[in-house]
Write a protein that binds this ligand. Structure first.
Ligand SMILES: NC(=O)C1=CN([C@@H]2O[C@H](COP(=O)(O)OP(=O)(O)OC[C@H]3O[C@@H](n4cnc5c(N)ncnc54)[C@H](O)[C@@H]3O)[C@@H](O)[C@H]2O)C=CC1
Ligand SMILES: CC(=O)[C@H](N)C(=O)O
Length: 338
């Protein structure tokens, strides 16, 4: 019996009891982890996915499958989990995202850098296959923005971006120096319907759907012309699994951009109006998030991922909006019925 652990958060890790499958587990209570847990439980059965968290999970999560405690900053605890459960793959999702990281730099440095070091060491010590997500935030104002290739200048201006460049470089160092099977994808802004974002710059693109369905209006904290790479969560989770299952010999790199679409708040509002004609968007720009967004890629070049391991996205902007509204719409209908 081999186990696979995804480290995502102070609130959630997951260890999956897998027979022989190299499958990933989502962080229990993070935006992506919730989606990942659902994805994995639909495909592999809920009893093969164990959530871990230093907080008590809500009932629907607790009853959704097995549960265990862990903290990414507790190296001894990490080693015990890896050894006691014979972990073979580790997915490290724990981080403070861009905006929340700027509000608490010392905690972001601890979690995003010291936490990463703990994971690298336990992964190298126990020969784990390690996935660490990077981000569009790993680029900065001196990077080419339209499009942004895999290899170019990376001088991000957030602790989040600096920590993610560090993760990319450290992961690749451990790969070349110690043979660690490190794999990394730079995610765009990820959009999910059934989970809340964790304090990033792209969070508006998640909240707008909830507000549009519930109130018919939305106050956007970025300028209407702010173009950013975005991806629907199903594409994100599939990309993660596909790169982890790709044969090592197919990987010419260990860190890849993955892309699906790029849009502005205005583009998104126009697409929403096709479904909700009365929808209204207003703007109240958050200067911290706007400065971060203005330093990030506008479009991502992911040609290496498409060439090396066959990456292909499924959701463009129209499909994203239809899918998200169907979820929120059905959610609202259920709420009204109840
Ligand atoms: N959601 C997105 O749009 C994107 C996410 N990513 C990356 O994917 C990963 C997961 O992202 P999300 O689920 O959105 O993040 P999230 O903010 O929803 O969850 C991150 C988790 O890290 C946890 N954390 C904080 N301190 C911790 C500690 N000491 N020990 C363990 N966990 C700790 C937080 O409690 C939180 O639950 C992160 O590494 C993030 O950088 C990358 C690009 C885009
Ligand atoms: C794109 C990301 O990495 C995240 N959603 C953020 O905005 O901080």
């Amino acid at each position: 019996m081999s186990w696979h652990l995804l480290h995502t958060s102070i609130r959630a890790h997951q260890i999956m009891r897998g027979n022989s499958w190299p499958r990933e587990l989502g962080g229990g209570l993070g935006q992506l982890g919730v989606g990942l847990a659902n994805f994995l439980r639909k495909r592999f059965g809920k009893d093969n996915v164990i959530l871990s968290d230093i907080r008590k999970p809500p009932d629907h999560i607790f009853h959704g499958g097995p549960f265990i405690y862990s903290d990414i900053l507790d190296y001894k605890n990490l080693r015990e989990i890896v050894v006691n459960n014979r972990i073979t793959w580790l997915f490290h999702y724990s981080a403070l995202l861009s905006a929340i990281g700027e509000a608490n730099v010392s905690l972001a440095r601890a979690v995003n850098i010291t936490g990463l070091h703990n994971v690298l060491d336990v992964a190298a010590e126990h020969n784990l296959r390690l996935f660490v997500p990077s981000t569009i935030g790993a680029f900065g104002p001196t990077s080419p923005r339209n499009p942004t290739p895999d290899i170019c200048i990376q001088r991000p201006r957030t602790i989040y971006g600096v920590s993610k460049v560090h993760a990319e470089l450290m992961g690749e160092y451990y790969h070349y120096r110690y043979g660690l099977d490190f794999r990394c994808l730079r995610y765009p802004g990820i959009i999910s319907a059934d989970s809340q974002p964790g304090g990033g710059t792209t969070d508006y693109a998640v909240q707008i759907f909830h507000d549009a369905v519930k109130n018919g209006k939305f106050e956007c904290n970025l300028k209407s012309s702010t173009r950013l790479p975005m991806m629907y969560i199903d594409d994100c989770l599939r990309a993660t699994l596909e790169v982890m299952e790709a044969p090592a010999e197919s990987l010419s790199m260990r860190t890849y951009n993955v892309n699906a679409m790029s849009f502005t708040p205005e583009d998104l509002a126009q697409e929403l109006l096709k479904h909700i004609p009365e929808f209204q968007i207003t703007y109240n720009v958050d200067s911290v998030r706007q400065a971060i967004a203005d330093s990030w890629p506008m479009n991502f070049d992911d040609s290496n991922a498409r060439k090396d391991w066959g990456w292909k996205h499924d959701f463009d902007l129209p499909e994203l909006v239809t899918t998200m509204l169907n979820f929120h719409g059905s959610d609202t209908r259920v709420a009204q019925a109840n």
